[in-house]
Design a protein around this ligand. Structure first.
Ligand code: NAD
Ligand code: TYD
Length: 357
């Protein structure tokens, strides 16, 4: 039986990944989820797996050497899947320090603890893998239509968030190059789907449409992001752990570039279509909710991934096209209004820590 140590599993992508893995492998795997439960971590995301005997949760900081080493000492970890990070660009502009601490020092600590546990006299134990989950934002910003980020594109991060992720990628590469450490990196485009905290564009707009609030669009709304349904990212991570070559990096994206303003309009149109005609919210849902606001500082213009390598080497393809994925996502937010109330009320952690006592 394979044991995975997932960091940041109570966050958006981490919790979807845990669901994906149990759905796919059932009782054949064990998952240990280590998460500090910051504002972005919510155990409610995992309420349906919490009683699974093959799942366990440890509340700990990835920067804590003692706690993380203990997890490695107590368990024979086969794969680390490292999601834990500060992940929001706007927060990184206001408060960069915590990004350097968690994303850089936290990743270094995870690498050191795994190295210590897995190192032998002549290399590393067979079959061990450290998958570092990174972002396409490390490559900077594209301007011209038709150009893409490849694995060979030089790093050119602009925000404190992307700079901290780029630094962590370089640390992972340094451990491969220096020690022959068995790590791989994935650089994925923007994700969307269930359990995403409503500070990010798609859940923020869905929540604001449903509650009749203004829809803030930064700058001219023409910045482009390349959107991927979160379960397709989970599938890519699983496949890279299984089939990827140690020391390699893989770009993950589904060629779904859209301007922010297009996304906002699609969400408005889709919600209108999905709500019953006599729903009282229909009256206030229209494009007048859109409000152009001051642009983000240093706002990257366009991200677009070339997924050629992961397709040809690993055989990964996305399963969920945007037209379907956005409906699944909106439907999920329709059905989880309590989740939204909890994560926006600020005291959900206390509530859930009590529940898990
Ligand atoms: P998220 O903010 O939803 O979740 C982050 C999780 O990490 C939370 O559960 C939080 O509690 C935990 N965490 C934060 N600091 C911690 C610490 N010091 N110790 C332990 N746990 C800690 O983030 P996400 O959107 O799920 O992103 C997960 C990873 O994927 C990140 O590394 C991010 O850079 C990367 N990524 C995200 C996207 C995206 O579109 N969201 C795209 C590509 C890559
Ligand atoms: P975001 O979801 O924060 O992801 P990232 O900055 O990592 O790509 O933002 C996606 C895009 O949407 C980005 O160009 C900024 C823009 N945006 C808005 O226009 N309004 C908003 O309220 C938010 C949160 C983002």
């Amino acid at each position: 039986m394979k044991t995975y140590l997932v960091t940041g599993g109570a966050g958006f992508i981490g919790s979807n990944f845990i669901h994906y893995m149990f759905d796919r492998y059932g009782d054949d795997i064990k998952i240990i989820n280590v998460d500090l439960l910051t504002y972005a971590g919510n155990l409610e995301n995992l309420s349906d797996v919490k009683n699974n005997p093959n799942y366990s949760f440890v509340k700990a900081d990835i920067c804590d050497k003692v706690e993380i080493s203990k997890i490695f000492a107590d368990n024979d970890i086969d794969s680390v899947v490292h999601f834990a990070a500060e992940s929001h660009v706007d927060r990184s502009i206001k408060d960069p320090e915590v990004f350097a601490r968690t994303n850089v020092i936290g990743t270094l600590n995870m690498l050191n603890c795994a190295k210590e546990a897995w190192e032998t006299n002549d290399g590393f134990k067979e079959g061990k893998r450290f998958l570092h989950v990174s972002t396409d934002e490390v490559y900077g910003s594209l301007t011209e239509e038709g150009t893409y980020f490849y694995e060979t594109t030089p790093y050119d991060p602009h925000s404190p968030y992307s700079a901290s992720k780029a630094s962590s990628d370089f640390l992972v590469k340094a451990y491969v190059d220096t020690y022959g450490f068995p790590a791989l990196i994935t650089n994925c485009s923007n994700n969307y789907g269930p359990y995403q905290f409503p500070e990010k564009l798609i859940p923020l707009i869905i929540n604001n449409v449903l509650t009749g609030k203004k829809l803030p669009v930064y700058g001219d709304g023409k910045n482009v992001r390349d959107w991927l349904y979160v379960m397709d990212h989970a599938k890519a991570i699983d496949m890279v752990i299984e089939k990827g070559r140690i020391g390699e990096k893989y770009n993950v994206g589904g060629h779904n570039e859209k301007q922010n303003i297009e996304i906002v309009k699609i969400i408005i149109d889709t919600i209108k279509e999905m709500l019953p005609e006599d729903d009282e919210r229909q009256a206030h849902i229209n494009y007048d909710l859109i409000t152009y606001v001051e642009d983000r500082k240093g706002h990257d213009r366009r991200y677009a991934i070339a997924p050629d390598k992961i397709r040809s080497e690993i055989g990964w393809e996305p399963d969920t096209m945007f037209a379907e994925g956005i409906k699944l996502t909106i439907r999920w937010y329709f059905d989880h209004t309590e989740w939204m109330e909890h994560v926006t009320s600020g005291d959900y952690q206390k509530y859930y820590e009590e529940m898990y006592k």
